[in-house]
Design a protein around this ligand. Structure first.
Ligand code: GLN
Length: 277
């Protein structure tokens, strides 16, 4: 069968909102080629071996498994990251945290950064890659996430980053940072979205945070007071309906210049504030 005919098998993914793209990514992976190869050589015959691999990938996608887990990788910012089912698949919204951090913090300064709940290492490694003079610490509570983030760090040769196992600030006694970021779990335990779509395959430890989804955000906002330098920033991703609650928590704890930014879907998505200088 040709490449172009193989791609018609996207019809086997009726539940995916991105069926054609999924099929292209999976076929390219089965062929071991970049996606552009499919468009350059649509009439090429797909080998039996590649066709079998593609059929296996399609079947996994048909049952709902996210493409990123099937491929074992996901693009984030300018990096290709290895991903695995122990961690969240990095999302485009989270790139807003990276963007806001680069905007707020002068690049020439030797900044100490902490990424809490790093998962695949997405936020920490994007910043370490962007600013080689920044020193970035990434922590996660889950050992498999620590191993994964460390593999990503090593593969990308980011010597200005380190990855540690720590439940939030636990392993960081006495350490202070100029910038603390986190995309923590922020979904309410009863949220019906947890049983729909790709998130069904992601670990609940990376998604769910108590009855109102704010448990971890509360711990981080309070805990960061002891780990930020004077004038240091705390930047948080949160749910589309949590902006007001997060701003209120930040103000209550004495953070200043508290503000929120909206994502491309116009939802309030990240909030931040700084400690007084
Ligand atoms: N920091 C990681 C990311 O943004 C993991 C976040 C999480 O597991 N909640 O992708």
């Amino acid at each position: 069968m040709t490449i172009i005919a193989s791609l018609l098998r996207s019809a086997e993914l009726p539940d995916s909102p991105t069926a054609r793209l999924d099929a292209e990514l999976l076929l390219a992976a089965a062929l071991g080629k970049p996606r552009s190869f499919l468009h350059t050589w649509p009439e090429r015959i797909v080998s039996t071996e590649a066709a079998q691999a593609f059929a296996g990938f399609l079947e996994r996608r048909r049952t709902g498994e996210p493409v990123a887990y099937i491929l074992g990788q996901q693009g984030f910012w300018k990096l290709d990251l290895e991903v695995a089912p122990h961690t969240l698949i990095p999302r485009p919204e989270t790139e807003m945290l990276v963007e806001a951090a680069l905007e707020l913090i002068p690049g020439f300064a030797a900044v100490r950064v902490l990424d809490l709940g790093t998962g695949s290492g997405a936020i920490a490694l994007a910043l370490a890659n962007e600013k080689r003079n920044w020193t970035v610490t990434a922590v996660d509570r889950v050992p498999e996430a620590v191993e994964l983030a460390e593999r990503n760090r090593q593969r990308l040769h980011l010597d200005n980053a380190r990855v540690l196992q720590s439940h939030w600030f636990e392993a960081l006694a006495g350490e202070r940072f100029d910038l603390i970021l986190s995309n923590p779990p922020y979904i309410a335990a009863s949220d019906p979205h947890l049983s729909q779509g790709d998130v069904r395959f992601e670990p609940s430890s990376a998604l769910v945070s108590g009855a109102d989804g704010l448990d971890d955000l509360r711990v981080i906002i309070a805990g960061a007071l002891e780990h930020l330098e004077p004038g240091g920033w705390l930047m948080l991703e949160h749910g589309y309906d949590q902006g007001a609650a997060v701003r209120e928590l930040l103000v209550q704890h004495g953070y200043q210049r508290v503000q929120t930014r909206r994502d491309l879907g116009e939802h309030e998505r990240i909030s931040f504030g700084c400690l007084p200088c």
